[in-house]
Ligand binder design. Sequence first.
Ligand code: F6R
Length: 623
Amino acid sequence: MSARRLPLMCGIVGYVGSQSALDVVMAGLKRLEYRGYDSGGVAVLSDGGLAAAKKAGKLVNLEKELVERPLPAGTTGIGHTRWATHGGPTDANAHPHLDNAGRVAVVHNGIIENFAVLRAELAERGHELNSETDTEVVAHLLAEEFSATADLAEAMRLVCRRLEGAFTLVAVHADDPDVVVGARRNSPLVVGVGEGEAFLASDVAAFIAHTRSAVELGQDQVVELRRDGVTVTGFDGRPAEVHSYHVDWDASAAEKGGYDYFMLKEIAEQPKAVADTLLGRIDPSGSLTLDEVRISPSELREIDKVVIVACGTAFHAGMIAKYAIEHWTRIPCEVELASEFRYRDPILDGRSLVIAISQSGETMDTLMALRHAREQGSKVLAICNTNGSTIPRESDAVLYTHAGPEVAVASTKAFLTQLVACYLVALYLGQVRGTKWGDEIQAVIKDLSRISEEVERVLETMEPVRALARTLADKDTVLFLGRHVGYPVALEGALKLKELAYMHAEGFAAGELKHGPIALIEEDVPVVVVVPSPRGRSVLHDKIVSNIQEIRARGARTIVIAEEGDEAVVPYADHLIRIPATPTLLQPLVATVPLQVFACELATARGNEVDQPRNLAKSVTVE
Ligand code: F6R
């Protein structure tokens, strides 16, 4: 993968059936707009011809274009929502890309590394390429191969064998009007199978309104969609086994459900997401049954080190997991940013357990880190929210979080469920290794089972947090402090504010203040402090109360998040946000929620796009 290009995460939809392909594809694209939103396009096969429309900007621009210049009706079509990589977000660079005769249309997610060579070859053979994209070469190559084979799937296989890089491709050809063909290498693509119709998409959200029956595509596979079924082969043409599965999500889960933003909906869904992630993982006796973790208890007993790799918010979940894993299992645990991991030649072997945490399951940095870990002989356990995505597929084992689709770019419910999954893994390790007694595990599980209600209670008391956020909309800087597990919570609060409110926000370990950051404190700078429970290690609590006094004496406006009944903080809190009392290690599950609400409200007050912050997209599929 190249580092010089922008991240990409386009959305792709393909359809063949009896409905209006344009309607199905446009509705699917809307569901996928979170994957990329700098341009969009569609192509429809109709009356022996192919008609396409594409437009830079959000999908609404494409919708307007389709009203002004309607496409003919057809029942086979493809569409794309783009996040620019090769070439800027212009109409010409938007997908689909067509060959010179306008008979074949192709959409693409990924990067074709050898496109320059292919482009030069095509130019020599007289092809005229009209965009700056790598994708366009595929349209031309497909046209050439189709003219030789008259079989779009075979043409796709031949072309794919010549491509280097990561790609999902979906194509149609006017001379094969009842077929949509897709191909996948290192990039997501799922198939939906309905009655007399079939779908292709980057994510099931695009077609769950029509069918919940899905087919997983493996690496280097080509799928041929017809009204009466799908055929899957390898790039080499050999028939492949078809793995079908049922999608648990329903259509409404992928919609905003009456909230202004997906992020608000997803924050509100957290009590359920947390409860769902525990579901089926505790047997009636209160023991953990993580059957899906396909690493045997004897292998887990051999583990002498845990290494967690993840990015962004998932990394913060990993930081918190370290406290739980080391405390409950006494196994040394490292946490590392996935993007840094393999470049420092980490010390790994068959006794290291690597945990890769990822909501999307497609984050390239995390994927590359896990591949590196497996090359060193380590076992990899994925904690992931996206069924069938690349990270769990390439791991030895997976524990799925059950947060449901997370559409807002800023991660919220995925974070809380990642924490729950991490606690479950830590407890499971303690259970199989005997470092925790059964009754101790049951006590933590009982506490975890109550968390869903506690999160609900936090959500019910968020109005003052929203009101406070609105008063801070003109501030330049907000700082966040925490200790112990409150430190990653502070980092997460700062990350949410950066990405949503575009404000300077930083999180610090409160003890580090005196080593430099305290110089940032000046009159009326808001400082959010996450206070550990006074019922836990009292020294932690006392120290942070001193830290609050220090910053307040220097003019900071203190926003204190403290558990109910903690009276010691009251004199030093300009604003006090109460959270329910929880065991120390579980506090992040409740302490993070006000920070999510705070960031969301501040972003709204500053007029920012909450669900699609600038420069960001939901899954980052390049390094
Ligand atoms: C922040 C955020 C990102 C992701 C990160 C990893 O709100 O969403 O920092 O957490 O890009 O993504 P996943 O979990 O999909 O690997």
